[in-house]
Design a protein around this ligand. Structure first.
Ligand SMILES: *[C@@H]1O[C@H](CO)[C@@H](O)[C@H](O)[C@H]1NC(C)=O
Ligand SMILES: *[C@@H]1O[C@H](CO)[C@@H](O)[C@H](O)[C@H]1NC(C)=O
Ligand SMILES: *[C@@H]1O[C@H](CO)[C@@H](O)[C@H](O)[C@H]1NC(C)=O
Ligand SMILES: *[C@@H]1O[C@H](CO)[C@@H](O)[C@H](O)[C@H]1NC(C)=O
Ligand SMILES: *[C@@H]1O[C@H](CO)[C@@H](O)[C@H](O)[C@H]1NC(C)=O
Length: 252
């Protein structure tokens, strides 16, 4: 048909350039993704009320900080089972206070899974699920069982309780209410199977078998924080190059 005007030619040349440049500009202006800003565990518990004892334990054991830094540094997400104040108050008096600091760490870490799970995915997870506690020797997992009517329970082997209320269920952090404190077998289990009480040698009672569990692991690692910016620089290079080509067309 009619010959295209110079103006149209310029526009046609520009359009592909815009497609390349505009998304890049948007990506540049958007702040770096900060999922942890949305996943403030203490804030979530605080807002829900009735978790003051758990919040205090998260603070005194430093596990709260660990969770936050792990949320920052891992792409697996986390799942937290938050016992209510009632759950703690229903324990035998002194249960928590009689634990050593290290065992308190262990107890709190037992309520944390190093991965994000929705309630639906817990229905079909394969048991036992590894917790943050006792990860060295493989003890201290949690079992998840669901019955026909979709009731999902979490069990420590000592404590079995339903999971209903999700305080938050959105990657990277899931927080579920539990109405009982999950007591791990390594701390609260019957020590000896007591199969055949041997004629005891009274003087030798040192075999308490308490797993000491080692240091709570923070598993930080800022190794993956660098790669993102490299990728962006390459992207910017490409865009700049393409921009020059476009400019070249325009100046012809
Ligand atoms: C998380 O929430 C708590 C309690 O609401 C607040 O004190 C704290 O500043 C918040 N932390 C962040 C990183 O937003
Ligand atoms: C997590 O990341 C946020 C935002 O980048 C930062 O403010 C916060 O200090 C980090 N927290 C930890 C424990 O690394
Ligand atoms: C989980 O289930 C397995 C297999 O039924 C069992 O051997 C294990 O003791 C259970 N662990 C807990 C923590 O309930
Ligand atoms: C869940 O736990 C409750 C008691 O806490 C128990 O009555 C119920 O049978 C359990 N359900 C399943 C599916 O294990
Ligand atoms: C105590 O018992 C343990 C294991 O039963 C044994 O290894 C240890 O030698 C005993 N110690 C004494 C002082 O008898």
């Amino acid at each position: 048909m009619a010959s295209t005007s110079p103006m149209a030619t310029i526009l046609l040349t520009l359009i592909p350039c815009l497609f390349l440049i505009i998304p890049q500009a948007i990506a540049q202006s958007a702040p770096a993704p900060a999922p942890s800003g949305l996943a403030n565990l203490t804030g979530i518990l605080d807002k829900a009320g009735q978790y003051t004892i758990f919040i205090r334990l998260l603070t005194t054991t430093q596990v709260g900080n660990q969770i936050e830094s792990q949320l920052n540094n891992s792409n697996q997400g986390m799942t937290v089972f938050a016992p209510t104040d009632n759950a703690f108050n229903n324990l035998k008096p002194g249960t928590i206070n009689s634990l050593s600091q290290q065992d308190q760490d262990e107890l709190v870490l037992y309520h944390v899974l190093p991965q994000y799970y929705s309630l639906a995915s817990l229905q079909t997870v394969s048991n036992p699920v590894r917790t943050q506690a006792g990860s060295q020797n493989g003890v201290d997992g949690l079992n998840f069982t669901s019955s026909g009517n979709n009731q999902l329970n979490v069990s420590s082997g000592i404590v079995d309780t339903p999971l209903n209320n999700a305080l938050r269920q959105q990657f990277p952090l899931a927080v579920y209410q539990v109405d009982k404190v999950m007591l791990p077998e390594s701390l609260f289990g019957v020590k000896a199977p007591a199969a055949a009480p041997k004629p005891a040698i009274a003087s030798n009672t040192s075999s308490t078998g308490v797993a000491t569990g080692g240091e709570p692991q923070a598993a930080p690692s800022d190794a993956n924080s660098k790669s993102g910016s490299n990728g962006r620089n390459v992207g910017m290079g490409l865009v700049a190059g393409f921009g020059l080509i476009c400019l070249g067309f325009l100046l012809q």
